[in-house]
Design a protein around this ligand. Structure first.
Ligand code: HSE
Length: 415
């Protein structure tokens, strides 16, 4: 019998109980012993539940219970999860979490602590929800040099963009629909401003490149500025706009990492990842592109990844060595301003569209014009390669001085 405790009985925590109860027999067979939930920590009461007697409000009751060897955390947020994780790992208990804030902020430290004490700190659910991605990168693809990862890592924003692309629904209306359907939080800022995707790409970057990548070092743009005009330009260019988390290792040994809306070519593997689905493309030198697709959030998909980690802990109680990264070195991230790439630029001038484009062409000789359906008078769109964001901003400032409005600039992806 393996006794565990579950911290948090929200969407994911209650899903963990549901998965354990529903699949009790097969899980016992796979873990080679029965997994029993002995305590559930939550500040709320759930008297109607058949397992109401398992609830406690006192974390110390769990910490001091010698029978509990695995603690599962599904609370989210940095505190008190971080304090609980440290206390467990310092007191002989392995720790399984779905908490991306915790892993993105404290992963290197908690992995090191777990390994020092020959315990496990596992977090398969923290990035892809039900999509297996942590083990595939760290185990199955371990013989590769992973050069680049690009992913649609946030279901809420992907749902909104899908509505904008497929139904020409405005951003606000699509967000309201996502909230109504339960795909977006009441406060959706972490999703629409890109912070959620940023945490996830940081975890994947840490895993792939062996050095902790902190969200505060990453350039992050959300989708709040994306308009239906931009969506139409993307279509005229030959693709769609997606919110992408991307990381690659540069030749200078620095990590280029960012979260931003990007033009994705229609033929890209990520272009058809729609609605609340996530997709993650991992570019390995031996494998080429490997793509993971599925539900990146939700009660049962996420709980299934958490319970799989618990089974792994039960079968291998001592530290699993495949999961490891070191703390960051100084200046390990390439500043966004210096990352060269291709951009779509959307401007508007007081004259005709042709005049607006001619003014742009004087500054961007490489500009390739894009003409969208229902282009407004004075509006022009173009793509231009070989630019750094700093160089682009300098030229855009000159356009503004010449009386143009810059409606937007969006990165063009190369995958
Ligand atoms: N709101 C997040 C999403 C939940 O939509 O992907 C999972 O992090």
């Amino acid at each position: 019998m393996a006794d565990i405790a579950v911290l948090g009985h929200g969407v994911v925590g209650s899903g963990v109980l549901e998965v354990l109860l529903t699949h009790r027999e097969s899980i016992t067979r796979r873990a080679k012993e029965e997994i029993r939930v002995k305590h559930i920590l939550d500040l709320r009461d759930f008297p109607q539940l058949p397992y109401a007697g398992l609830f406690t409000k006192d974390f110390n009751q769990i910490l001091q219970d010698p029978d509990v060897k695995i603690v599962v955390e599904c609370m989210g947020g940095l505190e008190p999860a971080y304090g609980f994780a440290k206390a467990c790992l310092e007191n002989g208990k392995s720790f399984v979490t779905s908490n991306k804030e915790l892993v993105a902020a404290k992963g290197a430290e908690l992995i090191a602590l777990a390994q020092k004490n020959n315990l496990n700190f596992l977090f398969e659910a923290s990035v892809g929800g039900g999509i297996p991605i942590i083990r595939p990168i760290s185990q199955c693809l371990a013989a590769n040099e992973v050069g680049e990862i690009a992913g649609i890592l946030n279901g809420t924003t992907n749902f909104i963009l899908t509505k904008m692309i497929r139904e020409q629904m405005g951003f606000e209306e699509a967000l309201a629909m996502a909230q109504e359907l339960g795909y977006a939080e009441r406060d959706p800022s972490a999703d629409v401003e890109g912070a959620d995707a940023c945490r996830k790409i940081c975890i994947l970057a840490s895993l792939a490149f062996g050095t902790h990548v902190y969200p505060q070092d990453v350039h992050t743009e959300g989708i709040t500025q994306i308009t239906l005009g931009d969506v139409a330009y993307a279509e005229a260019w030959g693709g769609v706009i997606k919110l992408i988390g991307m990381v690659k290792m540069g030749e200078n040994g620095k990590i280029s990492i960012l979260v931003a809306p990007m033009f994705i070519h229609r033929e890209s593997q990520l272009a058809n990842v729609d609605d609340v689905f996530n997709g993650i493309l991992v570019r390995g030198d031996a494998t080429g592109d490997v793509v993971f697709y599925g539900k990146g959030a939700g009660k049962l998909p996420t709980a299934s990844a958490v319970v799989a980690d618990v089974i792994d802990c039960v079968k291998h109680f001592k530290a699993r060595k495949y999961l490891y990264w070191e703390d960051a070195k100084p200046d390990y991230v390439e500043p966004f301003a210096r990352m060269a790439g291709e951009f779509f630029v959307h401007i508007k001038g007081p004259g005709s569209s042709d005049q607006a484009f001619a003014a742009a062409q004087a500054l961007f000789p490489q500009a390739a014009r894009i003409i969208r359906k229902d282009e407004e008078p004075g509006e022009a769109g173009f793509s231009a390669a070989g630019l750094t964001p700093a160089g682009l901003d300098e030229k855009l400032a000159q356009l503004k001085k010449a009386g143009m409005s810059v409606c937007g600039r969006i990165l063009i992806s190369d995958f």
